[in-house]
Design a protein around this ligand. Structure first.
Ligand SMILES: Cc1cc2nc3c(=O)[nH]c(=O)nc-3n(C[C@H](O)[C@H](O)[C@H](O)COP(=O)(O)OP(=O)(O)OC[C@H]3O[C@@H](n4cnc5c(N)ncnc54)[C@H](O)[C@@H]3O)c2cc1C
Length: 484
């Protein structure tokens, strides 16, 4: 495949001599899926090139090693109730490696005590009247009663988006937000229920709110309903997914260049010119079609010249930075510890927001080195609370471990730890997000040969990213056909 040429521009898109060239910017799961779909669709009639700024593909999917045990250092599971991720596992021949978390439950901290996460909730919001008693403990008796007396009135059909906290507080009382919604929503978005969009983050409840239906309904499934696992993972880590995908993509003729940051994107008479390389020695890559699969901030920078309306909207999207500390803890220190982990809402005034007992949660992790260490993952960082993460690795680790010791009452002294910082990792789906996304896509669709995808669009979870990437590949195709 032709390379970018230092200091001068070479048009490699002579359609009589060469196949079409598609360039995908960003080698996270979104970019790799977009590239994979383009490769499948066009076969040898197109060149597909992925440009990734870091040395490895995968973005927020990454496996690492702590205490001689392989662990996920970013995302660690996929929602199995959506089809996209499990279908991709299958498509890549990974069926044999698909695993599900052990059935044990996680706990949530409330007023300094741990309680099992209650059933019958959607993102922490109670939706099942028959299971309200399971909230006792996490909520006090008055708070449970208030939740059960949901304030409903037919006149209250939501007509426009609202933050999750306002809606749930109005209906069920603030305690439901502080003690149930925040720990779950915080786990996904590292965000704040007072700012996050009901429409974008809990669409099932948004639909009810629009229809004027109550949040609480008798939704307990009949006992005969087969229990389908909600989450899935991969033996060896979900971080393997981009590595396997990259391999298949290259086998199918796609090209991946890592360590290449795209700094500029400009339209030419026939397509696009991407600028890479240092400012004093730029290199240019020509393309017929471009998919941007990068986070909001770089996407805004790259679109600023050609699609300023989209760039401006992307630049306004806030992000949350988070950190994961993976710890290999001598087995004796955690002997008998049950459950898959803990969730800690902001109201409890701790810095860690979650602890995952990976060796309890995933059999493949405990099988790796059963005689030795157990793996615990600690998560820190919430939107607008960057100061916690400004500590150095040693301080951050000590802070997180001190809190863990207090919460589980064990003297945890890990044999090895690893800190991974994910700066600006989680886009905040604030009120009006879906409208913002619609306008960004609309602006991009007005420009031939360009499409966008990534965690900022239709959901931060892996299945949503896969769906948005497939859509971008399709949109690019349509756009080129229309403009041909
Ligand atoms: C700690 C953590 C845990 C998570 N856990 C889960 C989970 O368990 N399950 C789940 O479903 N989701 C989880 N998520 C969310 C999910 O992992 C991400 O939303 C998803 O992986 C984002 O993929 P992406 O490809 O859109 O973006 P990214 O993974 O951010 O990939 C974008 C890529 O673009 C590259 N890039 C940026 N700018 C440029 C440029 N100018 N030129 C070239 N390349 C560039 C970046 O280096 C990066 O590799 C988690 C996220 C985090 C941070």
């Amino acid at each position: 495949m032709a390379d970018g040429i230092k200091g001068e521009m070479v048009d490699v898109r002579d359609r009589t001599a060469r196949p079409r060239r598609f360039v995908v910017v960003g080698g996270g799961i979104s970019g790799l899926v977009a590239a994979w779909r383009l490769t499948q669709k066009h076969g040898p009639s197109a060149e597909v090139l992925v440009l990734e700024s870091s040395p490895l593909v995968g973005g927020k999917l990454r496996v690492g090693n702590v205490g001689d045990v392989t662990v996920d250092l970013g995302a660690e599971s996929v929602l199995a109730r959506r089809p996209e991720a499990v279908e991709l596992f299958s498509e890549l021949g990974l069926d044999e490696d698909v695993v599900h978390p052990r059935a044990a439950s996680a706990s949530v901290l409330s007023r300094d005590k741990l309680y099992p996460l209650p059933p019958g909730t959607v993102m922490g919001v109670p939706v099942d009247r028959t299971r309200l008693s399971a909230l006792a403990g996490i909520l006090d008796l008055d708070e449970v009663a208030r939740a059960g007396q949901e304030r409903t009135t037919e006149a209250l059909r939501l007509t426009e988006d609202i933050d999750v906290a306002s809606w749930v507080t109005f209906r069920m009382g603030r305690a439901v937000v502080d003690r149930l919604v925040e720990p779950l929503l915080g786990g996904v978005y590292a965000g704040n229920a007072d700012r996050l969009s009901l429409q974008a983050t809990i669409p099932q409840l948004w639909q009810r709110a629009r229809a004027g239906r109550p949040l609480l309904e008798g939704t307990q499934p009949p006992p005969s309903a087969p229990a389908r696992p909600v989450f899935a993972g991969l033996r060896g880590g979900v971080g393997r997914l981009p590595l396997v995908l990259a391999e298949k993509l290259e086998e199918a003729g796609g090209e991946i260049r890592t360590g290449v940051t795209v700094r500029g994107l400009a339209r030419t008479a026939n397509g696009w010119r991407l600028t890479t390389g240092p400012a004093n020695g730029p290199e240019y890559i020509e393309a017929d079609g471009v998919v941007l699969a990068v986070p909001a901030a770089p996407a805004a920078r790259l679109l600023s010249a050609e699609v300023p309306q989209a760039a401006q909207k992307l630049a306004g999207i806030e992000t949350a930075s988070v950190a994961v500390i993976a710890a290999a803890v001598p087995r004796a220190q955690l002997e008998g510890l049950t459950g898959t982990g803990l969730l800690i809402p902001p109201i409890e005034k701790r810095q860690i927001k979650a602890a995952t007992f990976s060796s309890n949660k995933w059999r493949w992790v405990s099988d790796e080195k059963p005689e030795d260490n157990l793996i615990v993952r600690l998560s820190l960082g919430r939107a607008r609370e960057e100061s916690t993460l400004q500590r150095d690795d040693a301080d951050l680790t000590e802070l997180a471990l001190a809190e863990l010791r207090e919460l589980i009452g064990r003297d945890v002294r890990p044999a090895e730890t690893q800190v991974v910082r994910w700066g600006g990792a989680l886009p905040q789906y604030e009120v009006g997000h879906l409208d913002r996304v619609h306008r960004i896509r609309e602006a991009v669709a007005g420009v031939p040969g360009l499409a966008v995808c990534g965690a900022v669009f239709d959901g931060v979870g892996i299945p949503a990213c896969i769906a948005a990437a497939a859509r971008a590949a399709h949109d690019l195709d349509v756009s080129l056909r229309v403009s041909a």
